[in-house]
Design a protein around this ligand. Structure first.
Ligand SMILES: Cc1cc2nc3c(=O)[nH]c(=O)nc-3n(C[C@H](O)[C@H](O)[C@H](O)COP(=O)(O)OP(=O)(O)OC[C@H]3O[C@@H](n4cnc5c(N)ncnc54)[C@H](O)[C@@H]3O)c2cc1C
Length: 444
């Protein structure tokens, strides 16, 4: 058989339907074990996708008195919501405020920056109101500079944030070494507003709260098609269908071809996370002291968080296409370059999920057609911003004028070089890692 020229692999339909075991399984609460959709239902709103955006939209719509049906292809939280690192940074996207203004304009940029700054509070307040135990770890999110230039960047960012009254601290090289447990960094910015949580408990808790308020949620009910009807939209699953005035597509990195062209607006990047067995006491007291989580400034960053039971969670690589058998020894060596004292510690497990990179790296709400809306992109800040975007979708459906939302309603734009990303992505990744390595070597 001729070898295909380009072995394209897409998230969603080609993935293992079982949610992987992660460091969050314990503490993530019981599975919801919801039935699949059978027969024909009607609702005000039908939601496709049971991640943060979808369950939050269901919750906020139910609270606004709308009748809601949500269909999830696998189980609630099966997508990125149940697979992420659980860092909750006080930012709406990975862009700083200046870039936010450039991308979103002078009205929506500052609005988004304000919402992002309050994101950890939003999560904690909503979890408290709904009685969800999300195992909050306080202390702050620490960004660590791997070069002098990156340290200068953090200094400027610290000065800017301090002017806004944010609780941030700029750490010297020595102070950074004491917190991280490694002397290989130049400086650090600790944003004390940031927290870390158990994201699986968060998404399942939001789903339960939505159901308690009357939303009808179905698992193992993949949308197989959607059609316009006289009154709105019909969503068809394997054994059922829902007709509703409004359809919300909340499938993000796992978006399929059901709506032509939507998938081409994002680049899904497979991200691997791993965790160790509990560190010995002497290490626990000297690694990531007093902070929730850290990430360094490399292009392919090292990120980690120490869980209260002593297990260390860390990034184990990124990739494209089908899941790879991760060489954990190689991934762990990269971490041990930073923390050589981890020698002898054992890695316990690894999992992966898809992070979307939008073209401008920010959340988008697209009105795809009358009554058909999606919130998509910027996967890296989804633990707080996903539920916030779900709330925004609910506000829009409930009658909030479009110009009062936190992002403008837009039309999707396809990425020009989309067909080639799986071919060139791995090469680009190698080049980025090489640049990181050269910079790390130069710093010594
Ligand atoms: C490894 C990793 C680490 C991350 N770390 C962080 C972090 O530390 N902090 C942070 O803020 N963000 C992080 N993120 C990003 C964050 O997890 C996402 O932004 C967030 O989960 C997106 O939520 P969502 O609801 O938009 O999408 P998802 O949670 O991915 O949900 C989409 C759902 O749609 C369903 N679906 C797709 N197609 C269909 C269909 N046809 N029919 C029915 N259902 C369908 C899928 O099954 C899936 O459950 C990380 C992501 C990954 C993968």
């Amino acid at each position: 058989m001729p070898k295909p020229r380009c072995d394209l692999y897409f998230p969603n339909t080609n993935e293992d339907p079982v949610l992987p075991h992660t460091i969050f399984t314990k503490g993530g609460g019981a599975q919801l074990l919801l039935p699949s959709l059978q027969g024909a239902l009607t609702a005000d709103v039908v939601i496709v996708g049971g991640g943060f955006v979808g369950v939050s939209a269901a919750l906020h719509l139910a609270e606004a008195g709308k009748s809601v049906v949500l269909v999830e292809a696998n189980e609630i939280g099966w997508g990125s919501a149940g697979r992420n690192a659980g860092h909750v940074a006080p930012h709406a996207t990975k862009l700083n405020d200046e870039k936010l203004n450039a991308v979103y304009g002078p009205v929506y940029g500052p609005r988004l920056a304000k919402v992002g700054a309050g994101a950890p509070d939003f999560v904690q307040d909503l979890a408290a109101r709904l009685g969800i135990d999300i195992s909050v770890v306080k202390g702050g999110i620490m960004t660590v500079a791997h070069t002098d230039a990156a340290a200068e960047g953090l200094k400027a960012e610290a000065a800017r944030l301090t002017k806004t009254g944010a609780a941030v601290e700029l750490l010297s090289k020595e102070a950074t070494a004491r917190v991280v447990g490694s002397d290989c960094y130049r400086a650090a910015l600790v944003d004390r507003r940031g927290i870390a949580i158990n994201p699986l408990a968060w998404v399942r808790g939001l789903a339960r709260a939505a159901m308690l308020r009357g939303a009808r949620l179905y698992e193992h009910s993949r949308m197989r098609g959607m059609t316009r009807t006289a009154n709105g939209w019909r969503v068809v699953t394997g054994q059922g269908e829902v007709e509703a005035g409004t359809l919300l597509l909340c499938t993000n990195a796992y978006t399929d071809d059901t709506w032509p062209g939507l998938k081409r607006t994002i680049i899904p990047v497979r991200t691997y996370l791993a965790w160790t067995k509990p560190l010995p006491d002497r290490l626990r007291e000297s690694v990531l002291v007093g902070i929730s989580a850290m990430i360094d400034t490399r292009r392919v960053p090292v990120a980690m968080r120490l869980h209260p039971d002593g297990r260390l969670q860390f990034g184990a690589g990124v990739g494209f296409g089908a899941p790879q058998q991760v060489d954990l020894a190689v991934a762990f060596r990269r971490l041990k370059d930073v923390l050589p004292q981890l020698e002898g510690v054992e890695v316990e497990g690894v999992w992966n999920g898809w992070v979307t990179r939008g073209i401008a790296d920010g959340w988008r709400i697209h009105e795809l057609a009358p009554g058909l809306v999606t919130a998509i992109a910027c996967n890296g800040r989804g633990v707080a911003m996903g539920p916030i975007m779900g709330r925004e979708l609910a506000r829009y459906v409930s009658g909030t004028p479009r110009d009062e939302l936190i992002v403008p309603l837009t039309q999707p734009k396809g990425i020009a070089w989309y067909p080639f990303y799986q071919m060139f992505g791995p090469t680009a990744l190698k080049a980025l890692k090489m640049l990181d390595k050269m910079e790390m070597a130069r710093r010594a």
